[in-house]
Design a protein around this ligand. Sequence first.
Ligand SMILES: [Ca+2]
Ligand SMILES: [Ca+2]
Length: 445
Amino acid sequence: MKKITQASLVMMIASVAALNAAVIFEDNFDNEGVSVKKWTASNNFVTSAFKAGEFEVNNSHEISSGSMVHSLSPAPETFTFSVSMKFGAGTDYAGLGVCFQTATNKSYSIFITKNPYVVIFIPGEENGRVTPAPSVSTTNANVVTVSKKGSEFNVFVNNEYVTSFTDAQLPSGGIALNVRPKSTVVYDNVVLEDTFRPAAVKSKITDDFEDGIQNRWVIESNDANVTEANGKLNITTSLDSKAQVFAIANLFLGDSFKVRTEVSMVGGDSNTIYGLTIRGEDQLALFVINGECRYGTLVGSGNFTMGGPSSDIMGKPFKSTTTYFYVDTMEITQSKSTGKITFSVNGVKLAEIPKMNFSITEVGIYCQNNIQLQIDNFYAENYALSSIKPVVRGKVITPFVSSNVYDVLGRLVTGNIKNQNIKNNLSNGVYFMQGQRGRVVLTNR
Ligand SMILES: [Ca+2]
Ligand SMILES: [Ca+2]
């Protein structure tokens, strides 16, 4: 047995103490008599109940959010707040609030949605800020964590870093369990600590699609069937001209990266475009091919000008007595020295675009309507991780176009309305509007 000397024991205790965060407040809801004294409803339409060591909060209001609040005195300016939350029956959002101001019912509010995103509401901003959060579970408890230092906030879901924001309006205040209108959320294990958790930026994603698409991808689709089968990601889009798919994963690409995937067109319209996308804040770039072996790039919005056909692209299946399917390996790379992004297929450079003027925080696969694809061996890596900082997302900007609006579960809410009129026409909630970028959040609190 190893001996521990007095001196080394002291050193161990000292080092453990330095690492340990001090808990400012915690509640595991296992003792109703203790917990009931700690929480106050923000409004009379917010009710709560203790059930089997958990805290169920209900908001019966038609249009207003509500909270169970724990006031803090003094309220810390630097902290990490974690709480476990489960979606109640018929509930699409679960959330928390930090720096809650009792007098005004204002706080920074962070919600997870079932489909799955993190939506951040900042006082004074009409639109929520939206980030894909693939690790959200619709059935099990999710640990949502917000950490603050100064005006910097980092958000984690199930201990995976998701996004950051900066704001200085509410430097401190209470903590809250936020529940959207007509919703029920089941909370547990509230912990508030006095330390700051830095952003843990992911530098690499690989997926061979052998073990389920959950917890890695967010599928943004209005009208498509996306499944994992036979070790591949299978995408089938409908004939509807608006059907399009973004399969998106969070990744901070920095200014030197490679993104690659294998794609097989197995059916559908050979003029439909498909390929890779990179996104950040409210912009994107697309790198696509089609079954006719043409290729193109697009930055922001607008129309594609397709080049080719290129004999280096395999494209649509070949049918004789047997049908032959091909694999095209699509790749985009950014050189740190020039900043240019190169688009290659099967190792042959086809196009190049100038450096992006936005930070890339999401990568993925894109395709339009009326096609069947099989995707395999997706790979994305940032080669310059040490040079980049956590990305602060900008506001989500709604484009002024006529389009369909969908709720968080992808159900059509209303067709062909103009963004300016949405506030007048929709009940409160978060919506997704189909547009060039495939995803726009609209809120109406
Ligand atoms: Ca508990
Ligand atoms: Ca595979």
